[in-house]
Design a protein around this ligand. Structure first.
Ligand code: ZN
Length: 289
């Protein structure tokens, strides 16, 4: 069933586990993630990016999530979130479409502009009872910046406190060594600056922190992150890889099949498997009684 993100966060905080936020872009990926949640008895966040909305259409993807949450998920709580909203317009569209949480990502703007743009989106979301995530610090791909540059882009604890109080966000995406993209899957995820994360959590202990770019991170790193306030962990790249690698394998090994359902089913199962493993990692498995 579709529920407000606030309910999921409340339970995660109370029981000390992290929620997985999984990027979906079509019927197949949505089914794969939700089946994992049902099997693992885990709450789950489904999130869509602006490019996925361009790909599938906002109405279509929202309807897919609503239908699957109602029919396949049963009692398992599912929440719908906008990942990396870059404009007030896309935030407003998702709020109107029925999302219970949005992200306004103005993290590439200077500090003051980030606060102003985020607050504008937060105020709109809050008027409609919707949660809002902001981002402070910049999360880049491994190939985009050097380790020294990455360090300069990390979230600063004092600024985080000011950002949260002025912009009014409900959750905060932090840059603490986490990286976006596919390259880290080949070269290794560089890992978290736990000291920095601890200092951020200390100064804003009531703000759930969100970790982007967590694909390929070790179980221990994730456990440490949860200890220091990480409440939501995003996974996108690993799902994409599982889907397309399986698809390639299916087609190469079965040159005669032509039924899209036969072509897609193994990829749906691959999405489900990766999601199940993540839910074990995060400790959200078994949390729905
Ligand atoms: Zn992200």
């Amino acid at each position: 069933m579709l529920v407000h993100l606030s309910e999921l966060i409340k339970d995660a905080k109370k029981k000390n586990y992290a929620l997985g936020a999984f990027n979906i872009e079509n019927l197949e990926t949505t089914i794969g993630v939700v089946r994992a949640a049902v099997k693992m008895k885990s709450p789950v966040i489904l999130q869509v990016s602006e490019t996925s909305i361009q790909y599938a259409g906002l109405k279509a993807i929202t309807s897919i999530v609503q239908a699957i949450a109602a029919v396949e998920a049963g009692d398992i709580p599912v929440s719908l979130h906008l990942d990396h909203g870059k404009s007030f317009r896309s935030v407003a569209e998702c709020v109107r479409a029925g999302f219970s949480s949005i992200m306004m990502d103005a993290s590439d703007m200077p500090f003051t502009e980030n606060i102003i743009l985020t607050k504008q989106a937060v105020d709109f979301a809050h008027r409609k009872g919707v949660f809002a995530q902001g981002e402070l610090g910049i999360v880049k791909g491994l190939e985009e910046v050097s380790p020294e540059e990455r360090k300069k882009m990390m979230t600063n604890a004092e600024e985080a406190e000011e950002f949260v109080s002025k912009a009014g966000v409900d959750t905060l995406a932090v840059a603490v060594g986490n990286v976006h993209g596919i390259i880290k899957m080949q070269k290794g995820n560089p890992g978290l600056d736990l000291k920095r994360l601890e200092s951020i959590h200390k100064i804003i202990p009531d703000t759930p922190l969100v970790l982007h770019g967590a694909s390929g991170m070790s179980g221990q790193q994730i456990k440490d992150g949860i200890k220091y306030g990480i409440t939501i962990i995003n996974t996108d790249t690993e799902l994409r890889l599982a889907f397309t690698q399986t698809l390639r394998h299916t087609l190469e090994n079965n040159p005669d099949i032509y039924d899209p359902r036969e072509v897609m089913t193994p990829s749906i199962e691959a999405i489900q498997k990766v999601t199940e493993e993540k839910m074990e990692f995060l400790g959200s498995a078994g949390m729905v009684k």
